[in-house]
Design a protein around this ligand. Structure first.
Ligand code: NAD
Length: 265
């Protein structure tokens, strides 16, 4: 399928790792010019070098929580490329974990700042670019947690649910100008984020890493009928489609890439 991304410029946040890194790779393969951003310049550089030596791949560090940092990123893009057509707001963290009575106000503030205020700031900074030229794609990576909350990740659940609602509302405002807004909600994808979760579980249960994954699937994610973690390519393929010309009638949608984890229709 020809995705029609050859003359597009895409910005991917959280691109030094996991889903963001694979998204950058796929968009690049499809012919887009890609700007990768993440917290750490060295990590970005190492990732970029591994991906390709293509001059269609640029990187610049930014913290999505900081308006100042996002403005610097925007300036860099303006000077190097002009405007962006596609924004994949992927950066995020699990944040504070534990039952409600164990979480502090700081835990909530940190997790909401990372997973809600950050995405809102990124969207606001780059909205003028996305509205320009009559064609834009804005994609937020949320989570299965947005619609199926887990009680040991309440700040993350709440932030991701808020992003789902924000994206749905936003999808109404600029669709007639050609800016389409959608979300992708993964579950249990094999990335450093879930590696860290499984490492912690294996230590807590005193079992091997693979046993931790198996017992997590059995006990905590029983509706993933495929009985495995998802792969980053399986998420990036859906992201690339939604960023493309082929998704020209998809707006305000939430695409689950969760192996069936969310137990409702
Ligand atoms: P990851 O930890 O591998 O990568 C996330 C990247 O985001 C990291 O490189 C990190 O440095 C970056 N980041 C974090 N905070 C940032 C900030 N303030 N500014 C800029 N960059 C920042 O995680 P992943 O699994 O690839 O997750 C990517 C997205 O997918 C996240 O939004 C996550 O919530 C979501 N998600 C992942 C899974 C999964 O199973 N892996 C499931 C559901 C949702």
């Amino acid at each position: 399928m020809e995705l029609g991304l050859q003359d597009k410029v895409a910005l991917v946040t959280g691109a030094a790792s996991g889903i963001g890194k694979e998204t950058a790779r796929v968009l690049l393969d499809e012919g887009a010019t890609v700007v990768m951003t993440d917290l750490d310049e060295e990590d970005l550089k190492a990732t970029a070098v591994k991906l390709t030596e293509n001059d269609r791949l640029l990187y610049f560090p930014a913290d999505i929580r900081s308006l100042e940092s996002l403005k610097q990123l925007h300036e860099y893009i303006k000077k190097s490329l002009g405007t962006i057509d596609i924004l994949v707001q992927n950066a995020g963290v699990t944040g504070a974990q534990g039952l409600f009575h164990t979480l502090s106000d700081d835990d909530w503030v940190y997790t909401i700042e990372q997973n809600l205020h950050g995405p809102v700031r990124v969207a606001r900074e780059f909205l003028p670019d996305l509205r320009e030229g009559g064609w834009g794609r804005l994609l937020f990576i949320t989570s299965e947690n947005a619609v199926q909350p887990y009680d040991n990740e309440l700040p993350y659940d709440s932030a991701k649910a808020a992003v789902l609602s924000f994206a749905k509302g936003l999808s109404r405002s600029y669709a007639m100008e050609g800016l389409l807004v959608n979300t992708v909600s993964p579950a249990f994808i094999e990335t450093p984020m879930t590696d860290r979760m499984m490492q912690k579980r294996s230590e807590e249960k005193n079992v091997s890493f693979d046993e931790a994954v198996d017992s997590f699937l059995e006990e905590e994610r029983p509706h993933i009928e495929l009985k495995r973690r998802g792969q980053t390519e399986e998420v990036a393929a859906v992201i690339a489609f939604l960023c493309s010309e082929k998704a020209s009638f998809v707006n305000g949608a939430n695409y689950r890439v969760d192996g069936g984890s969310v137990a409702t229709i």
